[in-house]
Design a binder for this molecule. Structure first.
Ligand code: PGA
Length: 250
């Protein structure tokens, strides 16, 4: 049985007091979530300590949104995987399209980040997805294939077993446009097929999340697809009611 996950990517939103209030609101309603759904929140770095303190008494896991590609040292402004792990985080998002697009993150960098996250006991939520023009040109399979192969195919099976994959079509992120359940299922099945070619039966155990304008009104249809194992939620994760409602969509 694959783990079902609903993860909230807060991006660069909320002050620390606002983030604490959001974490408290989620903690207060956690009993309403089906027991087999793992909830994760990914607040900004500044929030990791207070949010972990609030959520450590609940089954909700805390994730970072990124980690550095170096273990430590003179890299001003960066936050190392070991530091993230040291405050009780168990996951980190890696390769989000906003990091790739706005901060020039490449597969080469992501290979290093992936290794450091895993070495420090963090489970990576590795994001892939095509841009709008790539989808229009029918190149989405090719783009996603390269993102999967370049960063995940160098991992051992033991490492791969700790990775969660998130498919997020860039044209659907924060735009209100969602991939249809058919479009999402098609590419999720394709990703699982790529993982099967490389890692065999382990592919059936890997959680693959959908992300991109996922909300209470469309989560049910998306999560009903055989290869969609949950969601990576941006905007809708900033409201406890919506986030909980999405987790209840299973
Ligand atoms: P969105 O973001 O739900 O606001 O579209 C998803 C994401 O970028 O993880």
């Amino acid at each position: 049985m694959r783990k079902k996950i609903v993860a909230g990517n807060w991006k660069m939103n909320t002050t620390v007091p606002e983030g604490k209030a959001l974490a408290e609101a989620i903690a207060a309603r956690v009993k309403e979530i089906p027991a087999d759904v793992q909830l994760i929140v990914a607040p900004p770095f500044t929030h990791l300590v207070p949010v972990s303190e609030i959520l450590c008494k609940t089954p909700v896991a805390v994730s970072a949104q990124d980690c550095a590609d170096e273990p430590k040292g003179a890299f001003t402004g960066e936050v190392a995987a070991s530091m993230i792990a040291s405050v009780g985080c168990t996951y980190t998002i890696l390769g989000h399209s906003e990091r790739r697009q706005y901060y020039g993150e490449t597969s080469q960098t992501l290979v290093k980040k992936m290794a450091l996250a895993l070495e420090n006991g963090l489970k990576p939520i590795y994001c892939v997805g095509e841009m709008k023009d790539e989808r229009v040109a029918g190149r989405h399979f090719e783009v996603v294939k390269a993102q999967i192969e370049e960063v995940l195919f160098g991992l051992s099976a033991e490492q791969m077993a700790k990775v969660v994959v998130a498919y997020e079509p860039v044209w659907a992120i924060g735009t209100g446009l969602t991939a249809t359940a058919e479009q999402a299922q098609e590419i999720h099945a394709y990703i699982r097929g790529l993982l099967r070619e490389k890692f065999g039966a382990l592919a059936e155990e890997i959680t693959i999340l959908y992300g991109g304008s996922c909300k209470p009104s469309n989560a049910k249809e998306l999560f009903a697809c055989p290869d969609i194992d949950g969601g990576l939620i941006g905007g809708a994760s900033l409201k406890a009611d919506d986030f909980i409602a999405i987790a209840q969509a299973y």
